[in-house]
Design a protein around this ligand. Structure first.
Ligand code: ATP
Ligand code: MG
Length: 314
């Protein structure tokens, strides 16, 4: 049976309830919400009933507990998550500007989630999985990147598959060694899930079509491009499939890409055809933006089915 693994940061997110340019004065906030791109991704996989696990670190505090409780409740194996007593769970404060862009204050690299030593538990979890999903954010801290690379080697060495979402925020692009790590991951990727311009990260191609053709020729089996409120597209050797956006009211776009990826991978590892995986992932991304809080918009199969049938009859 398929089991999906990811490695990376488990955080809480605290959201400003008003829009503006940052955190330079006292203001109303709401949170903590469970968060971290890999954690949101794996929570979505778990909610769809696909066996899955995450490797990461939290502090011995309420923020860590809040995350572990949520992930467990949604079916994620957290037996390889290390609780670092005396350390603090990572956090991100986010405020939206009027133009929709976001300002972050991160406490990640120096928090419990910024490192991930090898442990026997962690190794056992890697050996139990048939698919590994890499979030680019997990490659931005050296301690985490080492563990992600180990997980790729174990899962692929056991005949498993690899998916990759670059998920690169401008803040992490300058990380030393990141470029090399990204190249190494892409070379082993079966399913690539970039957003917008990330399709150009690994090619000098000028157009999207050329970039897609080049990556497929280099051995990436399937590519899914996320296009925010414009929907998504899937490409493989057989051609191209589109998902038109589902009309929803956007409350909070954070986490849409992670929910989309979790749903796509969940269907993909269970052998669904690309059109079905894409339609469900598109619905998962659309549902995600309707909820405040990054992990609050993960979906069950019934919720996706109901949104899809409502959008077909609309
Ligand atoms: P993030 O990294 O912030 O989580 P992302 O850039 O990786 O996001 P997006 O492209 O923003 O990912 O969103 C992923 C998918 O979710 C889109 O391809 C689309 O299918 C769906 N989606 C996102 N925003 C909307 C929206 N406003 N309306 C309908 N569907 C949306
Ligand atoms: Mg993304």
């Amino acid at each position: 049976m398929a089991k999906v693994l990811t490695v990376g940061e488990i955080l809480v997110e605290i959201v400003a309830t008003t829009k503006g340019s940052g955190f330079l004065e006292a203001q109303p906030l709401i949170g903590p919400f469970p968060s971290g791109a890999p954690a949101i991704f794996i929570d979505q996989v778990g909610k769809l009933g696909t066996p899955c696990a995450i490797l990461g670190r939290v502090g011995g505090d309420d923020f860590g507990q809040l995350n572990l409780d949520r992930l467990r409740a949604d079916g994620v194996d957290v037996s390889g998550v290390e609780i670092a007593h005396g350390e603090t769970t990572g956090s991100a404060f986010v405020r939206y500007r009027e133009d929709g862009s976001r300002v972050f204050v991160f406490n990640i690299a120096n928090a419990a989630c910024g490192t991930l030593p090898a442990t026997p538990n962690g190794r056992a979890v890697m050996e139990s999985c048939t698919h590994m999903h890499v979030m680019g954010t997990a490659l931005s801290a050296p301690g985490l990147a080492e563990r992600a690379m180990e997980a790729i080697a174990v899962v692929k060495g056991n005949g498993g598959t690899l998916s990759f979402d670059p998920n690169l925020r401008p803040e992490i692009l300058g990380t030393p060694g990141l470029r090399e790590a990204l190249d190494e991951v892409l070379a082993q990727t079966d399913l690539f899930l970039p957003s917008g311009d990330e399709i150009f990260l690994f090619t000098k191609a000028r157009t999207e079509a050329e970039a897609v053709a080049e990556l497929l020729a280099r051995g990436v089996g399937e590519i899914v491009i996320k296009r925010g409120a414009e929907g998504a597209s899937h490409f493989n050797a057989a051609g191209r499939t589109e998902a038109a956006p589902i009309a929803v009211e956007e409350i909070d776009p954070t986490g849409a890409g992670d929910c989309f990826g979790g749903a796509f991978v969940s269907f993909w590892v269970n052998g669904a055809d690309p059109a079905s995986a894409l339609a469900h992932a598109n619905a998962a991304g659309a549902r995600a933006v309707t909820q405040l809080g990054p992990m609050e918009g993960t979906s069950t199969l019934a919720e996706l089915a109901s949104l899809l049938s409502a959008s077909e009859t609309a």
